[in-house]
Design a protein around this ligand. Structure first.
Ligand code: MG
Ligand code: MG
Length: 276
């Protein structure tokens, strides 16, 4: 069942989502070769709690940490590790916050140090596909319009693999609400988009095969072929005429400018997204 939100509830989801964005900004300022996922997770948890939020993932389904940190061939749901990040790694950081009764959910994939141009292209195309999906999150469109925009760009035009087993979702009093928001599908199909619908749009795009497997720790989802995977996510309210992006990557972009260890990803649709 889909819970449509009031304007007041959407503002609360925006506050939670903005705190996620700020937390990702803190993460972006810390990332470098030699730092560990565990160290970053600890700082992220403190930052969220200091700002009046509760880590949204920790304890949910028994997940052990504040952040999902998914490196290289790990698509999503990686547990922060003691192992140090190395030059050339790509690191997806997914974060949730629960505050004032509502969740926010947002993710960004960071290239650490000298990442190959092939992999940088995967990051750019995945981020682009997120904004192309968001552009469809308008009253009168259907869910399949979002799914199709992402799939067409990432898979049909750029020949990457779109993960099928994991999808975006409604966001509200629960982190994962109806409807499911697949990153593949047909235009003009699915639920009609109405005001009050709040969804997390989160393309997961693989360099090679779309197929995934479970890691041995029971949490991480890995690409079946061991090739790289990228993941970008925003929490978005369906709007009249235009989508309303409730979360933000602006703190990430600012932090990256001041962090010599992280390259800018620079989606070509980012400018357009800021105008949404
Ligand atoms: Mg997320
Ligand atoms: Mg999500």
């Amino acid at each position: 069942m889909i819970y449509y939100k009031t304007a007041e509830e959407i503002e609360l989801i925006r506050q939670s989502s903005q705190l996620v964005g700020k937390t990702l900004g803190v993460v972006a300022s810390m990332l470098k070769p030699g730092i560990t996922g565990e160290e970053i997770d600890k700082v992220a948890e403190e930052f969220i709690r200091d700002n009046g939020g509760i880590p949204g993932f920790k304890g949910l389904y028994d997940f052990p940490s504040t952040l999902c940190i998914s490196k290289n061939s790990c698509v999503v749901h990686g547990i922060p590790e003691k192992k140090e990040f190395a030059d050339g790694d790509i690191v997806s950081v997914d974060c949730g916050v629960f505050m004032n009764g509502f969740y926010g959910d947002c993710a960004y994939t960071f290239p650490i140090g000298d990442v190959s141009e092939d992999v940088m292209n995967l990051l750019r195309i995945t981020e682009d596909s997120l904004y192309l999906g968001i552009e469809q999150a308008r009253v009168g469109k259907r869910l399949g319009d979002i799914s199709s925009a992402i799939q067409t760009y990432a898979e049909k035009q750029n020949k990457y693999g779109i993960v099928r087993k994991l999808v975006g979702h409604g966001v509200g009093r629960e982190l994962h609400e109806d409807p499911e928001v697949p990153n593949f599908g047909k235009r003009g199909r699915g639920v009609k988009l109405k005001e009050g619908l709040v969804i997390a749009i989160e393309p997961m795009v693989n360099m090679g095969t779309k197929d995934v497997k479970q890691s041995q720790d029971g949490w991480g989802i890995l690409t079946a072929d061991g090739k790289a995977s990228a993941h970008y996510e925003h929490t978005v309210a369906v709007g009249k005429g235009q989508a309303d992006i409730l979360s933000t990557h602006e703190y990430v972009v600012e932090a990256i400018k001041n962090n010599v260890n992280i390259k800018e990803v620079s989606s070509k649709y980012q400018i357009f997204a800021n105008q949404i």
